[in-house]
Design a binder for this molecule. Structure first.
Ligand code: KIV
Ligand code: ZN
Length: 510
């Protein structure tokens, strides 16, 4: 297995499916397409774009992503039944390389209490449905849900059956994050002995992080012979999340000789992928998170700083550049022209069409008028935000806020809606509350604030405020919006309007 050169491990990204299932991580169609494009740019091998039968929205996004991407396999999840498989195929069939990913649970607990099926029935279903998927598509993945708590002999029988029926990848999920790394390694070695047909197909690992071991278990699976790992950007996912893609990829990259394995991932796209996902979902990465946390490459202790200055390798096992962290360099000023701006945007890795560039450039000019120094991070924040914008049902025309320790806060907000300009006044418990209530009056939408965060894009007195607002609808759906401005009130109002516009866009999508 370890041979001379390193073997390729495929990266199967499920940020848009298992990841999106986690609370607060839902994305709209435009956001999913933007994320999928970034995953393709990062060169993931397979993108699981969604669960086509779960909703009309999921179906449309899987289908659109399938028809958009050219350089990676696009999969849809399906339960092991006719309707799910037919719908999954309908969604992915336009892809350059479509995949149907079907699953059924094989553990005694799941079979008895969840499926209420006997093991023989599960076996029959798994085989018959794999055969159905294989009649549509030459690329079929079968997952034995809760495989790590399954009876090994039964699991091996199911695996042999589905491979004979046409499965080309067999995935063995640690659905509840129960495995220990050494145990997980032995699990992969053992199942390969018990189900020798696995050597003819791709063997996949899918780990959850309930005990904080998802990345370690995925690496153990690779040691045990897995040729594909399933993971998500920033490790988002059900409960404690899925295995974090960046952790697995950088472990293989940094310890290639140890694992005798590598991936196709363009590691310099990791930071951008992580940042894009955070911006889209509004879910921040913990500062000490491996690889993508804000402090992952920060050396605080004097003795460490000294060591790094003398020789980086004293305290750095990988460079910030290798994951795409660029220095926060001073770039453009208010006299910079459109060509220079376009070149800088391109160098940062963003592709904007002419109209997007026009809008971004106008925003850059406005920013350069208000801010002495415009950094790469300012441009990234501005451009990344522009590229995931939804149609603007409402836009801010003007605002006046009155607030102080001895007065009741009031807000006068004027928004443009179509060709109308609408103004409303509201009082509130503080300036934000007053402003959001005025927006509520104008848009006629109930705004229940789920979360509000205010950060800064860069350091410095004139840094841009980066506001995040999460609004909950009466039906319980959460929409996040972001707003940037050197004025924090303006940033907050933009964020609120952005979330309302997403709400309206989602209503139209259905
Ligand atoms: O965790 C799991 O078992 C899954 C499967 C559906 C692949 O997500
Ligand atoms: Zn999962």
């Amino acid at each position: 297995m370890m041979g001379g050169g390193a073997r390729m491990v495929r990266i199967f990204d499920t940020t848009l499916r298992d990841g999106e299932q986690s609370p607060g991580c839902s994305m709209n169609l435009k956001e999913k397409i933007e994320m999928a494009r970034q995953l393709e740019r990062m060169k993931v091998d397979v993108i699981e774009a969604g669960f086509a039968i779960s909703s009309q929205g999921d179906f449309v996004s899987v289908k659109t992503i399938a028809e958009t991407l050219k350089d990676c396999t696009v999969a849809s999840l399906a339960r092991a039944n006719e309707k799910d498989i037919d719908r999954a195929w309908e969604a992915v069939k336009g892809a350059a390389d479509p995949r149907i990913h079907l699953f059924i649970a094989t553990s005694p607990l799941h079979m008895e209490y969840k499926l209420q099926m006997k093991p023989d029935e599960v076996y029959e279903k798994a085989v018959a449905m794999t055969a159905r998927a294989a009649r549509y598509c030459g690329n079929v993945e079968f997952s034995a849900e809760d495989s790590t708590r399954s009876d090994m002999a039964f699991l091996a029988r199911v695996i042999e059956g589905v491979i004979a029926a046409g499965a080309t990848t067999v995935n063995l999920p640690d659905t509840v994050g129960y495995s220990m790394p050494d145990e997980h390694y032995r699990f992969f070695v053992k199942i390969r002995e018990l189900a020798p047909s696995l050597e003819k197909v791709a063997i996949s690992s899918h780990c959850h992080n309930d005990l904080g071991l998802a990345a370690a278990n995925s690496l153990a699976a690779i040691m045990g012979g897995a040729t594909q790992v399933e993971c998500t950007v920033n490790g988002i996912g059900e409960r404690a999340g899925n295995a974090a893609m960046e952790e697995i990829v950088m472990a293989l990259h940094t310890r290639k000789a140890y694992y005798g394995a590598e991936t196709r991932i363009a590691t310099s796209e990791i930071a951008r992928s992580s940042g894009l996902l955070s911006r889209i979902t509004g879910v921040k990465v913990q500062p000490n998170k491996a690889i993508v946390g804000e402090n992952a490459f920060a050396h605080e202790a004097g003795i460490h700083q000294h060591g790094v200055l003398v020789n980086r390798e004293t305290y750095e096992i990988m460079t910030p550049e290798s994951v795409g962290l660029v220095k926060n360099s001073l770039v453009l000023g208010k006299h910079s022209g459109k060509h220079a701006f376009r070149d800088r945007v391109k160098a940062l890795g963003y592709e904007l069409d002419d109209s997007e560039l026009e809008i971004a450039f106008a925003k850059f000019k406005a920013l350069a008028d208000r801010k002495k120094t415009v950094y790469d991070r300012d441009i990234e924040a501005l451009v990344a935000k522009e590229s995931v914008q939804v149609p603007k049902a409402y836009r801010l025309e003007s605002f006046v806020i009155n607030s102080g320790s001895r007065i009741t806060s009031t807000a006068v907000i004027r928004l443009i809606h179509g060709d109308r300009s609408i103004e409303r006044v509201s009082r509130g418990e503080g300036p934000i509350d007053a402003a959001f209530k005025a927006i509520e009056k104008i848009t006629g939408r109930r705004i229940s604030l789920d979360d509000y965060q205010l950060g800064a894009v860069t350091e410095g007195e004139d840094a841009q405020g980066d506001a995040l607002v999460k609004l909950r609808t009466e039906g319980g759906e959460v929409f996040s919006g972001r707003g940037l401005s050197t004025d924090v009130m303006e940033a907050s109002i933009h964020a609120c309007i952005n979330a309302v516009n997403k709400m309206i866009y989602a209503e139209r999508e259905l």
